[in-house]
Write a protein that binds this ligand. Sequence first.
Ligand SMILES: [Zn+2]
Length: 230
Amino acid sequence: MRCMVVSVPLLIALLLFPQSAHQSQPAYEPIHRIDSQRKVVALTFDDGPDPKYTPLILETLHKNGVPATFFVLGAQVDRYPKVMQWIKKAGHEIGNHGYHHVDLNKLTEQEIYDEIKRAERSIYRTTGILSQYYRPPGGVMTHDVVNAVQSSGYDLIHWSVDPRDWSLERTASTIANSVKKNVTAGDIVLFHDGGLNQRQTLAALQDLITDLRARGYTFVTVSQLMDESK
Ligand SMILES: [Zn+2]
């Protein structure tokens, strides 16, 4: 027993500062992009899986050999488990976007934590994958969000290029042009494969991939992007 008492402070120190010397950034600070010498860019898709548009987006990504990261909603995963499995089978990365697409400003820390964990269970049950990354709906950042994300063990991923593809006023060409104009090496681009306006997102995607490739960009998942910054 004495031995255990003595070791408690050490244990706490280890839990609080694991590998602190190697971490350039605390995990609870949202990552928007990374500084990279290489022309890498991460395409991300939120709010799916969607029964109609996710498979079409997967097809375009597959045709072009482009890996992406899908921040899925637990409720959509439970409704469309097959589509979720296709995302996994295609080799894309999967991130957690919560269970419902709710306004996190209205939730307590415990409720936000429960949202994250409930989505985690849906993703794990359907794919066997425990995602490492969480993206809060709407990018909402409050103390409660940060605390809940810290306790749930995720890294917070935001974005640096937002073509606002969810807006019904945006056409395929405005979406594509907005990305083409703003993208730089190390960026994370925000798209939606679920929601209201995915037809335009899908239509923008091929043009965008062709253009960025021609300009020397390589497409990577969020994990691969993080590796670039090490
Ligand atoms: Zn969303």
